[in-house]
Design a binder for this molecule. Sequence first.
Ligand SMILES: Nc1ncnc2c1ncn2[C@@H]1O[C@H](COP(=O)(O)OP(=O)(O)OP(=O)(O)O)[C@@H](O)[C@H]1O
Length: 406
Amino acid sequence: MSVDSEREPLLRVRDLKKYFPIHKGILGRHVGDVKAVDGISFDIYPNETLGMVGESGCGKTTAGRTILRLLEPTSGKVYFRDDSIYDLKTEQMRALRRQMQIIFQDPFSSLNPRMTVESIIGEAIEFHGIAKGEERRSIVESLLERVGLQPSYVTRYPHEFSGGQRQRIGIARALALNPDFIVCDEAVSALDVSVQAQVINLLQDLQEEYNLSYLFIAHDLSVVKHISDRIAVMYLGRVVELATTEDLFENPLHPYTQALLSAIPTPNPSKKKKRVILKGDVPSPINPPSGCTFHTRCPARFGPCSKVVPRSVEAEPGHFVRCHLYDPEYAPTDPEVWARMPLQPKGLNIPEVTDAKATSGEDATIAKEAKPAEDEGAVKAEAKVEAPVATEGAADDKAGEGAADE
Ligand SMILES: Nc1ncnc2c1ncn2[C@@H]1O[C@H](COP(=O)(O)OP(=O)(O)OP(=O)(O)O)[C@@H](O)[C@H]1O
């Protein structure tokens, strides 16, 4: 479905942070933090799927779990309809849990091997006082049927099923309480490609039938493409780009998104595309790089990138990016900086790029030690800035405060 911005979001995430403290020594001295989620903001609308992608360790799982309050946040807010979920008391939160569910990545470890399918799916039904005994069994049977499994499987154990079937059981479990919102945390990543497609189709059918909203987490852009209405790209605990799926694939703006997209193999080898190889690993979230945390791997980095935390800029309607290239205050006038981009953004008022290499089909390598350019003249990009600038030292990235990435 498409996003209708006239409608009220189902879920609003505002400047959410989750740090894991690091303690050392016998006294357990607090010596630092793993900044797993470092100020993310977005909305999810009813019946919408928001895809969340990024390399391993960028904070996707932590974000998903903190949004469900399976983890307590370090700071920030999540509103589910009108409820500020971190302000709810235990009983209120318990009631809300029925509406917010999760499907885990690993269909092997997420199902208790000693429980029957009936107990696995029916546990929450009984816990929440919906039904027990015969009535519970018949609800479980119809859920099994709905996810494409035989009702007679109720008496079986997880080891009797294939990976895809187990994931269907996980989906039935998530559906048992008739939720409005489900976090699908790498829900298809462990499955074979053909089974992945079946499970994605099932999730789409269920979405239409039950008017569900999904936060669909995956490290693979090609997987989220097929199910997402919009996609949030994460890097080191922050959302660096957020756009409709179409816009993100048609006109990726952030150099990181461009690199991720270039890594997707094309079915047609004659349509050779420029492949960008990101050098080095994602830096540690314990001591992330200053300014834009991507600057250590960015081919287009220039003056402010290592010093100033980028703010969220609406470069095109509904297309948000955290990159100084698109911020009217910093956008460089020197075409040489733009020429170092893996892809040239379309439709924006940027200086003409004459460097043929920038648009050639050759492989490009993003050097870890890419040299920053000196040009900091501001180009008149018609970008709408969403939040105030946060400067170096403001590691908490105030940019997200009070303003969503969208
Ligand atoms: N309980 C924890 N204590 C300390 N650090 C943690 C904890 N959970 C996650 N982390 C760290 O937080 C960072 C983000 O992890 P997270 O699992 O959220 O990332 P991810 O993008 O989901 O990666 P993956 O796809 O590998 O699961 C990582 O550096 C991870 O080591």
